[in-house]
Write a protein that binds this ligand. Sequence first.
Ligand SMILES: NC(=O)c1ccc[n+]([C@@H]2O[C@H](COP(=O)([O-])OP(=O)(O)OC[C@H]3O[C@@H](n4cnc5c(N)ncnc54)[C@H](OP(=O)(O)O)[C@@H]3O)[C@@H](O)[C@H]2O)c1
Length: 318
Amino acid sequence: MRVLPWPIINTLNPEGSNVANIAFLGAGMMGSAMIKNFLKGGHKVTVYNRSQEKARPLQAFGASLAATPMEAASGADIIMSSLTNDEASRECWNGRAGVLQGDLKHGAYAVEASTVSIDWVKSLAKLASAKGLRFLDCPVAGRPDVAEAGKLKVFAGGTREDVDTLRPALGAISAGVTHMGGVGSGIAFKLIYNVMGAIQVAATAEGMFACEAAGIDVKVAAEAFSTGATGSPHVVRHSRYMAENKHEDPIQFSGRMRIKDVDYGIRLIEERGAQSVLGHATKQVFGQMVELGVGDRNDSELIDALRMAAKQRVVGKP
Ligand SMILES: NC(=O)c1ccc[n+]([C@@H]2O[C@H](COP(=O)([O-])OP(=O)(O)OC[C@H]3O[C@@H](n4cnc5c(N)ncnc54)[C@H](OP(=O)(O)O)[C@@H]3O)[C@@H](O)[C@H]2O)c1
């Protein structure tokens, strides 16, 4: 019999199902959905969010709120975060009232689910293990609606034993946990995956706008792209938004977030001696959203930035 190496053994109920005390940092779109699903799965969740009012609705689902990450993490079996970027993650884990400044349960799990840089993940793993925590990087794939449905894909980096121990708890938020390798492998894969995804979204915007410029009905073009060899899930979803000129409301993933992921991704790829020519081009394409003041709009609204840029080119011609 495999001996569970973690303190959740104390919270195993008599039927043997895992009920964990979870500290969750970040009640944004992804975090809130994951928190609700952990609660539905019977876990106890204490939430920290920088803007406290955004976390309050989670109390109705059974969550407790904490004023600081350190307070949330005290006594937790699993400390998990879903935050915007490296700065946010650094602040919540290692800031003045961060998780790592507190008294933590020895052997508890530190799980970074945000899409952050591999350099930060590796530093965080070292800091966490110095505090007696077991670290896993578990970034997720799937938009907020997928997160609400508890069907995220989790790409896990850590020891096989740690990943297998957390698998039942992560089952509450996901349709599958793939063990990608040791610590850092989960985020490495996720960044490469997101660079590929961003390339597809940028290609969809350029292709759709090129069709429009060539006088082709964009609804017909979207249907043909979606049912042809080009029809990846990204192309299917984004070409429809672009054709109907109807984008997600509220915004699910912005142009600026695409740039963040591609930036982290390019750095990872190039530092390992591989190339990301398409990553650089994609960053440049999404960069037009920021330059034209629509960087915080949905990534599918990239097509509007391309329209604006084309108009500027025409106007600029002598
Ligand atoms: N949206 C998607 O489709 C999707 C899919 C897969 C993965 N992801 C990844 O999941 C993570 C969360 O994304 P999201 O869509 O949930 O974003 P979101 O709704 O904007 O939430 C971001 C969270 O980070 C917090 N935050 C930002 N800056 C902070 C700081 N300096 N200090 C402390 N907290 C800070 C926010 O707190 P406030 O509420 O106070 O602003 C909020 O809790 C990101 O890493 C993203 O790349 C997103």
